[in-house]
Design a protein around this ligand. Structure first.
Ligand code: ZN
Length: 128
């Protein structure tokens, strides 16, 4: 990589390259004196993005998470580059779905386990 000079300054933030995929992302200050790396030039409708991952722009150039539910139907937001990055794994976007997947993984594992049921009542026919 080493393309540190390739960083045009922007109002409120800096555009820099993702260390994973090399594409451009916006480093934008947040309300909590932190930074977030946002996908550039992309403002989807807020209600199409999980509430913890919606960033809205404030008048001073900083951004903050827009957790209002239900979201205003015309509100636009920004998303983090890591959600769009082809080289990073997606975070837990919908927690209940992740929980369901984990539970299903356990069920599938139990199904394929070769060991017999430990508490088999006597007298059951051996299905062999
Ligand atoms: Zn990337």
């Amino acid at each position: 990589m080493g393309d540190r000079d390739d960083r045009p300054r922007r109002l409120g933030g800096v555009r820099e390259r993702c260390s994973h995929c090399g594409l451009l992302q916006d480093r934008v200050p947040t309300l909590d004196q932190d930074w977030v790396l946002l996908e550039p030039d992309m403002r989807p409708l807020a209600h199409s993005v999980p509430s913890e991952y919606r960033w809205i722009e404030l008048s001073d150039g900083r951004v903050t998470v827009y957790g209002v539910c239900p979201a205003d139907q015309f509100q636009r937001c920004r998303v983090e580059h890591r959600l769009a990055c082809p080289r990073q794994t997606l975070p837990d976007l919908w927690p209940w779905l992740t929980t369901l997947r984990e539970e299903n993984a356990r069920q599938a594992e139990r199904r394929s386990a070769p060991e017999p049921l430990p508490l088999r009542p006597e007298g059951w026919p051996d299905a062999g």
